[in-house]
Design a binder for this molecule. Structure first.
Ligand code: G6P
Length: 609
C-alpha cells in the first residue's frame, strides 16, 4: 500500500510533504515523489528507493511552493523505478494514487489511440490523462476528477493538482483510505493519519465515492455526481505510534483486520463472473498455458507452505493433475523428478526467502516453468520466475504472516479455477459458481473477525498453559498447522498442528487436563470424523476449543468452548477458519506480554539458509 500526503496553506510545503512521507516510511515503499506549485508551474521530483534518495534529488533540483502533494509507492502495476514513481503528470494535471485500476488496459488503449503519450507503466497515469481530457472539454478540476473517476473501475485514493486551478487540491476515495486534516488557514489530505498528526488532530474520514475540494480555508465534499455530502469532524487523540498502527495495539492485529480488504484487492480485476474465467496478470489464455503441463509442484516455507498445502487440494480437485507440495528447504536437496512438463509454483510473501529462491532456481534449471505467488513487486523471486501473480496484501510489517496468507489462498483458489478451465476439467457453470462464492469471502472474513472480543476473553484463561494441540482434517488440516505456528511464533507456547485422523498415532499420548485441544469442526464432508476426534480428546479430560459453523449446536455441544465461523462453501473454509486462530494466538501472546510484532529469534524475511 502506498502513502499519500497533500498540503494547501500559506507555507512552502516541500518540508511538510517530506516530513509526512517520512512518517509513512514504516509501511514500506520502493520509490517516492513530490509535486508542488511553484507559482508558475507544477514542479515534480521523484526517486527510486528510499526517501533519502528523494531528499538528495531535491537538493540537486530544489523545488518549493504551495500547494503540493507527495507519495510513497509500493509497486503493483509496473516495476519500482523513477519513471513509475508518483506523481504522474498529463498536461497541467498531476496525480498521486493508491489502489488498483482494473480497466486500465482498455482505457490506456483508448487514450493512446487519441494520441496521448504515456510516460510510465502504471495504471495511475490513466487517471491523469482522463482528468486532463475533461479539463480540455471545459470542466473545472473538481468536475473533471468526478467525470474521470466515473470511467475507471477499481479502487482509489487520489490527490490531484492542476496548473489550471493552482489554488486547490482535489482528492477522492473508493475502497482505499483517505482522510482530510483540518488546520487554521491550511488543510491536509493523507492516506494515513500519522502523515499529518503533528499538524492537526481534526480529521474528516472520506467514504467511498467522496470527492473533496480543498482550498486554504475550505473543504467541500461531493459524491461522484457532484451532490454535496457531509462527513463528521473527529478529534483524534492517538499517540504517533498508535497512529502508525491505525489505533491497533500491534501491526499484527491491524493486519489481521485488514484481511477483508486485502482479499478484495487481490481478487480485483482478475475475475469475469459472466464468463466463469480468471484473468491472471501476464499469463496467457488458460488452455494455452496448461497445454503442456502434466504435474504441479508447489514449494514454499513457513506460513506460505501452509498456503501451498491448501492449494494442493484445490488445484488437484479442479485440474485432476498430480500436485506435490514441498518445503523449499527439503526440495532443494532431494533430487526431485522435474522436467519441462512440470509447473513449479513458488510461494513467498517477501520474495526473498533463500530456500524458496534456491528451490525455484533449481527447478528452472531442470526446464520447469516457474510461477511465483508473491507480495513484493520486483523482489528476487518474481525476477527469477517466468510469471508472477502478485498478492495485493500491501506491506506486511508483523513478522508473523496473516494478511499475506489469506491473499496467497485467494490467488491459489484463482489459480485452481484458471487451471481447471485450462485443462478442461472444470465446467464453465462450475467455475461461475465457485467465483460467485469467492467474491463473497471478504464479507465472511469480516464476520469471522467479529468474534474478536469473545476470543480475547477466552485467551486470558489459556495464556499460562505449556502446550496446545491444533487438529483439523482435509482443507482444515493445513489451517491447524497454521494455527499452531501462529501460537508458537508469537506466544512462545509449544503448539502442535496435526491432521485429526493421525492424533491416535502419537499426539493423543500427550493429552491430559493441562493441554487444550483446538479442533476445526466446521460442517463439511469430514464433519462426523472430526466430532469423533473431539470425543477421543475429551475422554482424556482436556479442554476442547472448537471452531464450529455458526448455528451448529451439535458441534458446539461437543466442545467446552465453541467459536462460531460464518458458513461458506466447504472448499473455501480455510479463508475463514484461519481468522479465529490468528486472533487466538494474538490475544494469548498479548496476555503473556511478548513482543508480538517482532518475536524473539524470528525474522520477517529469511534471506539465509
Ligand atoms: C519467515 C517468516 C514467516 C514466513 C516465512 C516464509 O519465517 O517469519 O512469517 O511465513 O519466513 O516467508 P516468505 O516471505 O517466503 O513467505
Amino acid at each position: 500500500m502506498c502513502g499519500i500526503i497533500g498540503f494547501i496553506g500559506d507555507r512552502p510545503c516541500s518540508e511538510i510533504l517530506l516530513g509526512g512521507l517520512q512518517r509513512l516510511e514504516y509501511r514500506g515503499y520502493d520509490s517516492a515523489g513530490v509535486a508542488v506549485w511553484d507559482g508558475a508551474q507544477i514542479a515534480i521530483v521523484r526517486a527510486e528507493g528510499k526517501l533519502s534518495n528523494l531528499v538528495r534529488a531535491l537538493v540537486q533540483n530544489p523545488i518549493d511552493g504551495d500547494p503540493g502533494i507527495g507519495h510513497t509507492r509500493w509497486a503493483t502495476h509496473g516495476r519500482p523505478s523513477e519513471q513509475n514513481a508518483h506523481p504522474h503528470k498529463a498536461g497541467p494535471v498531476v496525480v498521486v494514487h493508491n489502489g488498483i485500476i482494473e480497466n486500465h488496459l482498455a482505457l490506456r488503449a483508448e487514450l493512446e489511440a487519441q494520441g496521448r503519450l504515456f510516460a510510465s507503466e502504471t495504471d495511475t497515469e490513466i487517471i491523469s490523462h482522463l482528468i486532463h481530457q475533461e479539463i480540455e472539454r471545459g470542466a473545472t478540476l473538481a468536475e473533471a476528477v468526478r467525470r474521470a473517476l466515473k470511467r475507471v473501475v477499481g479502487s482509489w485514493a487520489i490527490a490531484v493538482l492542476s496548473e489550471t486551478e493552482p489554488d486547490r487540491i482535489v482528492a477522492a476515495r473508493m475502497a482505499s483510505p483517505l482522510v482530510v486534516g483540518l488546520g487554521e488557514g491550511e488543510n491536509f489530505v493523507a492516506s494515513d493519519i500519522p502523515a499529518v498528526l503533528h499538524h492537526t488532530r481534526r480529521f474528516m474520514f472520506l467514504e467511498d465515492g467522496d470527492v473533496a475540494e480543498l482550498t486554504k480555508t475550505d473543504v467541500r465534499l461531493t459524491n461522484l455526481d457532484g451532490a454535496h455530502v457531509e462527513r463528521p469532524i473527529r478529534n483524534i487523540d492517538w499517540s504517533p505510534t498508535m497512529a502508525e498502527k491505525g489505533g491497533y495495539k500491534h501491526f499484527m492485529l491491524k493486519e489481521i483486520h485488514e484481511q477483508p480488504r486485502a482479499v478484495t484487492d487481490t481478487l480485483r480485476g482478475r475475475i469475469s463472473l459472466e464468463q466463469g474465467r480468471v484473468i491472471l496478470d501476464g499469463l496467457s489464455d488458460e488452455a494455452e498455458y496448461w497445454k503442456s503441463i502434466s504435474r504441479v509442484v508447489i514449494v514454499a516455507c513457513g506460513t506460505s507452505w501452509h498456503a501451498a498445502l491448501v492449494g494442493k487440494f484445490w488445484i488437484e480437485a479442479t485440474t485432476r493433475l498430480p500436485v506435490e507440495v514441498d518445503l523449499a528447504s527439503e526440495y532443494r536437496y532431494r533430487n526431485p523428478v522435474i522436467d519441462a512438463s512440470s509447473l513449479v509454483v513458488a510461494i513467498s510473501q517477501s520474495g526473498e526467502t533463500a530456500d524458496t529462491l534456491a528451490a525455484a532456481a533449481d527447478a528452472k534449471r531442470h526446464g520447469a516453468r516457474i510461477l511465483a505467488i508473491c507480495n513484493v513487486v520486483e523482489s528476487s523471486l518474481p525476477r527469477l520466475a517466468h510469471h508472477t501473480v502478485y498478492t495485493h496484501a500491501g506491506p506486511e510489517i508483523g513478522v508473523a504472516s496473516t494478511k499475506a496468507f489469506v491473499t496467497q489462498l485467494a490467488v491459489l483458489y484463482l489459480l485452481s479455477i484458471y487451471g481447471g478451465r485450462g485443462t478442461g476439467r472444470l465446467s464453465e457453470a462450475e467455475a461461475k459458481r465457485k467465483l460467485a462464492e469467492l467474491v463473497k469471502l471478504p464479507t465472511a472474513i469480516g464476520q469471522a473477525l467479529r468474534q474478536r472480543n469473545r476470543i480475547r476473553r477466552m485467551a486470558e484463561r489459556f495464556h499460562k498453559v505449556a502446550d496446545f494441540l491444533f487438529i483439523g482434517r482435509w482443507l482444515n488440516y493445513p489451517i491447524a498447522l497454521e494455527g499452531a505456528l501462529k501460537m508458537k511464533e508469537i506466544s512462545y507456547i509449544h503448539a502442535e498442528g496435526y491432521p485429526a485422523g493421525e492424533m491416535k498415532h502419537g499426539p493423543i499420548a500427550l493429552i491430559d487436563e493441562n493441554m487444550p485441544v483446538v479442533a476445526i469442526a466446521t460442517r463439511n464432508h469430514v464433519y462426523d470424523k472430526i466430532l469423533s476426534n473431539i470425543q477421543e480428546a475429551k475422554a482424556r479430560r482436556c479442554t476442547v476449543i472448537a471452531l464450529v459453523t455458526e448455528g451448529d449446536e451439535e458441534a458446539a455441544n461437543h466442545a467446552e468452548i465453541a467459536i462460531p465461523v460464518p458458513p461458506v462453501p466447504e472448499d473455501l473454509e480455510p479463508l475463514v477458519t484461519v481468522v479465529p486462530l490468528q486472533l487466538l494466538a494474538y490475544y494469548v501472546a498479548d496476555y503473556k506480554g511478548t513482543d508480538i510484532d517482532q518475536p524473539r529469534n524470528l525474522a520477517k524475511s529469511v534471506t539465509v539458509e
